[in-house]
Design a protein around this ligand. Sequence first.
Ligand code: NAP
Length: 317
Amino acid sequence: MQKISVTYKLPEEGLRLLRRYDLKVNAEDRFLSKPELIDFAYNADALITLLSDQIDREVIERLENLKVIANYAVGFNNIDIVAAKERGVVVTNTPGVLTEATADLTMALILATTRRLVEGDRFVRRGLFDGWKPELLLGVSLKDRVLGIIGLGRIGKAVVQRAKAFGMKVVYHNRMPASKKEEKALSVEYKSLEDLLKLSDVVSVHVPLTKETRHLIGSSRLKLMKPTGVLINTSRGAVIDEQALIQFLRERRIFAAGLDVFENEPEIPYALRELDNVVLLPHLGSATRETRMEMALMVARNVIAVLNGKRPPNRVV
Ligand code: NAP
């Protein structure tokens, strides 16, 4: 019987589809270290992974029976896809089903930062609220402000729809501009990365983490942002140089940041945690019950397809 190893417990809806195979699920509420993962998945035909599992060349080479790595995420920067391809191991992801949830969370971060929601909550809890005041915790209005989307893909486009409902104008940057027809339909305008940073009141990052996008936003690009600008990241932490961002936030050279992802997740520098002009979330982009269930069904279908010699619906390599 074909063996499937799952590195962390997933929603039952997905696991149920896999119970006709020899299914092994890490039942402990903790991540596996690399040696533990190799040991756990030894002889597996299929491996289901989280983005916190580093599936490097060594892991791929040690798991000799492996036919498929099904990542429970749309991003797959945790997997050495070159090594997987060389060994003929299929890699799959979960695109699309988490788009709306992640766009909702991006909007939540835009509102939380521009309207200082978390600061306000802390203020109330500390017992400091002694009445309505004309200039208490003033933020930034969204209407007629410019939103700059870096990475106008599935999630970037879903954020555009939401931002338009708030009356924002949207500019975007991709490596290649979208078609004129699509730009018109979304009512967005293409800009160079530099112009986007200079123009935008809110910058929201939606690119995948690749060699090209690591530290895409560092000191020299943060310098281009308005001092009233807000930076939102729900993509991957390392797309932004976190140390540079800390410096800019500390020196109030930008207004605020909203971060769902971190450079060395789950480690978050104390220097970031002590700032009050940043909202920090524990990677909640796709964290709705419905979305996580859909993602579990998607990984299960990808695994079943490969184990039956078929092309999986969401093949990366
Ligand atoms: P997608 O549809 O592939 O969109 C990515 C966009 O980034 C594309 O439009 C792509 O356009 C652009 N891009 C790629 N490289 C670029 C570069 N070097 N410079 C500028 N633009 C670039 O992906 P998606 O589904 O929207 O997801 C985006 C990312 O969000 C994922 O990779 C994942 O890391 C992250 N994510 C996070 C969460 C969370 O929980 N916080 C949830 C879901 C996804 P071009 O190829 O034309 O440049």
